[in-house]
Design a protein around this ligand. Structure first.
Ligand code: MN
Ligand code: MN
Length: 483
């Protein structure tokens, strides 16, 4: 199902899905490898939504972007070619390149999410059992819990101290750092436990992370304290970070797989990493915008949002009005704002909801719809609808918009494929697309296919990753001239 170049005569009717390596232009394989190496570095460094935000803001500033509020300070206006960004809660981010056309003609948006499934520390996380100090977690997003035990975990996040000081935590990804783990049962003793289903084998309350085992030294002992391992670690936290136990209430601490993203396979044709969903699309959308040159015709927006994995609620999720608020600010700064203009700008926008999808996995063929699932390295996966069991909850893209998107990709030699999530009755999923469709804008899901989605280590094909960047860039740069 690869895109056909406009210069070629269409074949006699067979629309074949095949690997895209042979379709690369001269020199493109080198560009693909360079892009994937840069993506791998990003994926290894930016393991949380805050770190993704900070990484991309740094890149934007290096590319000459200015914070929106500063750029319009003192009533300054924005002109075509202006490059600005807006942050929300240090998590959600909008990168914007102002175009020549009035905003009321609509914008081109590519939007992905930077939050990934993980284990969050509870607000009262530390407790001792025997001499062991454990950290209690509440999982974030849909996970298969048995996958998260007996593997090294790293801890990232922020803690706000009593005095208001924000402390950044990053433990487990440097070579000399300690790591953490959830212990698992040995097979020698699993005669009964081994009969449980995968869903029951490890439940949510069993996701307790081992963080210490050594009680305080006798000479430092506090006779009244029974939890001597906890006491040692609380003293260590106070000494190292100034953290007291109550500060865990004003913290966001995430346990994620420790270690860097790696090239996968003897042929190095894939990448194994934590959080491809959806940092592969969020990064590719941001890079597509940052790599665009010249003054665009339509205003371009790369949206990197939070909270998708738990339903997009909250001030930093797509259910919030930050997009509307920011577009209102832009209209005002471009000298155009009236209430109706905001409605028009949003309604006439076009969007790629940039999120991952499932690859056809021969190991799990029973849940697959082979002709309608994406295949690895067959290109950017375009999904007309998500939802589940009868398209419930889907934002079903129109034939007209599907036709526009197909033409953009074919004209730009983007290798792409059509897909849906799996067999119709077995499950499903959603993305941010319906939050955008609410404004009346055209939106279609479009991203990278994965193996092991939501597992600690997910698999993506390099060709698909590169084609996401290429496709998003072609879309952002399209004029969508009003007929
Ligand atoms: Mn996703
Ligand atoms: Mn997901």
């Amino acid at each position: 199902m690869a895109g056909k170049s406009k210069s070629k005569t269409p074949s006699a009717g067979l629309w074949k899905r095949e690997q895209g390596w042979d379709k690369l232009k001269a020199g493109e394989e080198k560009a693909l490898e360079k892009y994937c190496a840069e993506y791998r570095e990003f994926l290894s460094q930016a393991k949380t939504e805050r770190l993704t935000h900070d990484f991309l803001v740094k890149r934007a500033i290096e590319a000459g972007f200015e914070e929106l509020e500063k750029a319009i300070g003192g009533g300054r206006k924005l002109k075509a070619g202006a490059k600005v960004y807006r942050s929300y809660g240090d998590k959600t981010l909008m990168l914007i390149r102002v175009g020549k056309a009035p905003l009321t003609e609509g914008m081109n948006l590519v939007g992905g999410h930077s939050d990934c499934p993980r284990l969050d520390a509870k607000p009262y996380p530390l407790y001792q059992e025997d001499d062991l100090l454990l950290l209690d977690t509440h999982y974030y997003g849909g996970i298969r819990k048995y996958q998260w035990v007996a593997m090294p975990l790293a801890l990232f996040g922020v803690v706000i101290l009593r005095n208001g000081k924000k402390v950044n935590i990053s433990i487990g990804d440097q070579p000399d750092d300690p790591v953490f783990v959830i212990t698992d049962l040995l097979p020698h003793l699993d005669t009964e436990a081994g009969k449980k289903t995968l869903a029951d084998g490890i439940n949510g309350e069993a996701l307790n992370v081992l963080v210490g085992s050594r009680p305080v030294d006798k000479k430092e002992d506090d006779k009244d304290c029974k939890d001597k391992t906890k006491l040692r670690i609380l003293r260590l936290l106070k000494e190292t970070y100034g953290i007291e136990e109550e500060d865990f209430f004003s913290a966001e601490l995430e346990l994620v797989p420790a270690g860097a993203a790696r090239e996968l396979g003897l042929d190095r044709s894939m990448i194994l990493g934590y959080g491809h969903d959806d940092r592969v699309c969020a990064y590719s959308g941001a890079r597509a915008l940052l790599d665009s040159t010249g003054i665009p015709y339509r205003t371009q927006v790369a949206l990197i949002c939070d909270k998708e994995e738990i339903g997009s609620y909250g001030a930093t999720g797509m259910d919030s009005t930050f997009l509307e608020n920011t577009v209102a600010e832009l209209l005002e700064a471009c000298g155009e704002y009236r209430g109706l203009d905001l409605r028009r700008a949003l309604e006439r926008s076009k969007m790629l909801s940039a999120d991952v999808t499932a690859l056809h996995d021969p190991g799990f063929a029973s849940v697959s719809s082979p002709n309608n699932m994406s295949r690895i390295n067959c290109g950017l996966a375009v999904t007309k609808y998500t939802g589940s069991r009868g398209k419930a909850g889907a934002s079903d893209a129109s034939a007209e918009f599907a036709s526009e998107v197909r033409k953009i990709f074919n004209d730009a030699n983007v290798v792409w494929q059509s897909c849906e999530l799996g067999k119709v009755d077995v499950g499903g999923g959603g993305t941010i697309s319906h939050y955008m469709a609410r404004y009346g804008m055209d939106v279609i899901d479009c991203g990278v296919g994965l193996f092991s989605m939501h597992a600690p280590w997910e698999v993506a094909g390099k060709l698909d990753i590169y084609m996401a960047w290429k496709g998003y860039k072609a879309f952002l740069e399209n004029k969508f001239l009003v007929k």
